[in-house]
Design a protein around this ligand. Structure first.
Ligand code: ADP
Length: 541
């Protein structure tokens, strides 16, 4: 016997319809590439996303055709999120930090038909457009009077001119909720990038889950600043969850420096922000010497790479902002776990709470996870035993677009490539990427733990721990360190700083001071490149 509930597909267009009907006057504020602040409402965004849908229809774009973007977080990008997917096409957000050859490769692989780009990426588009064989229309995300005279890009049109002729009304099509809605390529540190292809159903379920109190806790009472880019894993789904809840949206555009972010948080009374540790580090570095404080910010989600304890402490103790540590990946839409305390933890001493907050958190309903040994046997949830982390759920990939790479699932589970522990309360903690784990004398050393200790030193801005071949121990850890501007610390002092903070055999064998640590297209430390840079390095005798 089937249930007698209405059979309504979960479609992305429903989200913007809902926001328009129930939160029509709620603001969406964007810092534009031009530097000025643009503000309008969900009603305006809904109307303009319908104009986008008409513009795509006018080009006779087929159902599931790909429309690419090279764009910062802003209102026009938001309209494309809804106009493209809502009309049945697939939004392909391209990471503009990738190498131009990779951008061209990705656009061809996805067979993009349209490319909409912010003017900051004009040089990139000029460099690659002739290699992009399938793109029929290039659209500059700028005002109608800002079209560059001699861009060299055939048929280039401004976004405003592209949508202006079309009505603000449109009947969103209804179709199978499993249809593809958007896609995102992983950064492909080895081989060609592979794409996760999200569906309307997976995106809507993820939007519901992300808004839950123990997840991102989004509500109509919030003013939300997604610093995480809309060009990488849909800004952690915030553009969808914001419409679902009616939260005010604040988009930072290209200005991700500490000063610009701080000013935006204050001006728009942001209550909630989401970003990767490197961006928050820039914010804290700006605020501390200037003696600044937040007047509205209450919570921030930090993920994408491990959040150092020093950052959680700084946000919490110095600024009264709760840090929610999150973990996920492109293949998981991206949210997998989020760290919030349970009721039984509320009375714990601060140091105990901190130990929990450092973990990547508990699985969100919809995500099932387990850790396994090298034979695939499940390992206990004791908070100590570590193993390969596997996940499954309705917003986790079952395959890559065009079946690139090996079929990813193992008995229905997706291997994340992360090594983790899970404790009895279900809190997962990442030890490492499996390729970054340091194996010393048959034991594993967590590079994340070693880095966290280094960045807790007041003179250290950034630290990356890698393994170096060792004749006796297989590998030994060394730590590459970038000092804070004007700060001093010696090798010996930093090694002494480890004493008592970790087991003796886990203390790095050496400190290498570097000017910078290579950062990849998604804001994470690129250890592969660091290893290349240090390839001639030899351990001290
Ligand atoms: P890409 O695949 O492009 O590198 P993703 O954003 O998909 O980028 O990266 C996913 C990986 O990032 C995870 O598998 C994990 O290794 C790492 N990661 C994400 N969040 C955290 C976190 N909170 N702590 C530690 N590592 C994290």
């Amino acid at each position: 016997m089937l249930g007698l509930m209405q059979d309504q597909p979960l479609l992305i267009s429903n989200l913007i319809d809902f926001a328009e009907r129930h939160h029509a006057d709620v603001e969406i504020v964007s810092r534009r590439v031009e530097g000025d602040i643009h503000r309008y409402t969900y009603k305006d965004a809904a109307q303009r996303s319908r104009q986008v849908a008409h513009a795509l229809d006018a080009m006779a774009l087929e159902f599931s055709d790909r429309v690419a973007t090279l764009a910062w977080n802003g209102y026009r990008h938001f309209e494309l999120y809804y106009g493209v997917s809502g009309s049945g096409r697939v939004l392909h957000t391209i990471n503009p930090r990738l190498h131009p050859d990779q951008v061209a490769w990705i656009a061809n692989h996805a067979e993009d038909q349209v490319l909409c780009f912010d003017m900051s990426f004009l040089p990139l588009v000029q460099a690659v457009h002739s290699q992009c064989k399938t793109i029929r229309q290039f659209v500059a995300l700028c005002d109608a009077d800002k079209l560059p005279a001699d861009s060299g890009i055939p048929g280039l049109i401004t976004y405003e001119a592209w949508i202006a002729p079309h009505p603000k009304t449109y009947r969103w099509p209804t179709f199978d909720e499993n249809s593809a809605s958007s896609m995102c390529y992983t950064s492909g540190t080895t081989g060609h990038p592979k794409a996760a292809l999200y569906s309307h159903r997976s995106t809507t379920l993820h939007a519901y889950a992300a808004a839950l109190p123990d997840v991102m806790s989004l509500s109509a009472g919030d003013s939300v600043l997604p610093v995480v880019p809309m060009f990488h894993v849909n800004a952690w789904g915030i553009p969808y969850s914001a419409s679902l809840t009616g939260a005010k949206l604040v988009f930072p555009g290209p200005a991700l420096d500490g000063k610009s972010i701080y000013e935006l948080i204050e001006a728009e009374q942001v209550t909630y922000a989401a970003g990767v540790p490197t961006v928050w580090q820039m914010l804290l570095t700006h605020m501390k010497p200037a003696g600044l404080h937040f007047s509205s910010l209450k919570r921030t989600v930090i993920g994408g790479s491990a959040c150092p304890p020093a950052m959680i402490t700084a946000f919490n103790d110095d600024y009264g902002v709760e840090v929610l540590h999150a973990w996920g990946m492109t293949e998981m839409s991206p949210l997998g776990t989020l760290c919030s305390l349970k009721n039984k933890h509320q009375g714990l001493p601060a140091a105990e709470k901190m130990k929990i907050r450092l973990k990547q958190g508990r699985a969100i309903f919809g995500v099932d996870m387990k850790i396994v040994d090298e034979h695939g046997a499940e390992l206990p949830w004791d908070g100590k035993t570590y193993g390969d982390l596997l996940v499954k759920g309705p917003w986790i990939v079952k395959d890559y677009y065009k079946g690139e790479g090996a079929a990813p699932l193992v008995d229905g589970w997706f291997p994340t490539g992360d090594v983790a522990t899970i404790d009895a309360d279900g809190y997962m903690q990442i030890t490492d990427r499996s390729k970054d784990v340091i194996k010393s004398g048959g034991e594993w050393i967590s590079s994340i733990d070693i880095e966290n200790i280094a960045v807790a030193h007041p003179a250290v801005a950034m630290a990356a721990c890698i393994g170096v071949a060792h004749p006796k121990w297989d590998e030994r850890p060394i730590i590459a360190v970038v000092k804070k501007p004007g700060a001093e610390v010696s090798r010996e002092e930093l090694l002494r700083f480890y004493e008592g903070k970790t087991a003796k055999w886990q203390i790095p064998d050496d400190v290498v001071f570097v000017d910078a640590i290579p950062i990849g297209a998604t804001g994470k430390m690129l250890k592969t490149r660091l290893r290349e840079v240090l390839k001639d390095y030899e351990l001290p005798a």
